[in-house]
Design a protein around this ligand. Sequence first.
Ligand code: HEC
Length: 197
Amino acid sequence: MTEQKRVLLGILLATGVGWLLLAWLPLRKLGPAGASADGAPFGRAALGGEVYAANGCASCHTQVVRPPNLGSDIARGWGARRTLPSDYREEHVIPLGVLRLGPDLSDVGERRTDPRWYYRFLYDPRVIYPGTVMPSYRYLFARVPLLGTPLPDSLPLSGRDAPRPGFQVVPGPEARALVAYLLSLKRVPPGETGKTP
Ligand code: HEC
């Protein structure tokens, strides 16, 4: 082998190994290209992702379901399968979370499907979980005059949460976006898009 050939082979090897490690391997881990369509929130739900980030939800909630050998997330019903890197593809806010004071929310849209539940809960979490540390997000709601019959999404509030007579409480644009986002948090079961669990 001549000197020239050896240099050329060296260059090829160096770039080839680099490409394998930095491009091909991560791409393989991301899974098939078509697999992203199921997860990424869009439209109002994508805006809700920003409300989620701005309100510090990720300081108490994670969005990572660990595989069974690393924790009991699946046994707790937080998702049917572990989270994959491809689940976050096309999401521009990726709130993995830092601490778990509350349940993992990767799959919350699958286990809670009624927007009215979310509105009632965000307005006053203690009505549903007495003594919970989750704060109330009532500033995302608006108190508007009650003219005739209540609006369709007026909150059924009673007791200390009830508004003054002649008023009703409805979700504001941020609460609507946030709930659209939470409802969009679903992870498809293994095998459905050809992803490996
Ligand atoms: C200080 C911590 C904390 C913060 C901040 C927080 N949560 Fe929670 N959240 C909790 C806890 C704790 C629970 C579980 C209720 C309980 O048992 O106390 C919970 C429960 C929930 C649930 C119900 C989950 C289920 O599986 O039933 C949802 C949905 C939720 N939170 C959404 C949010 C959103 C959205 C935000 C931000 C706007 C937020 N949380 C901010 C602590 C927090």
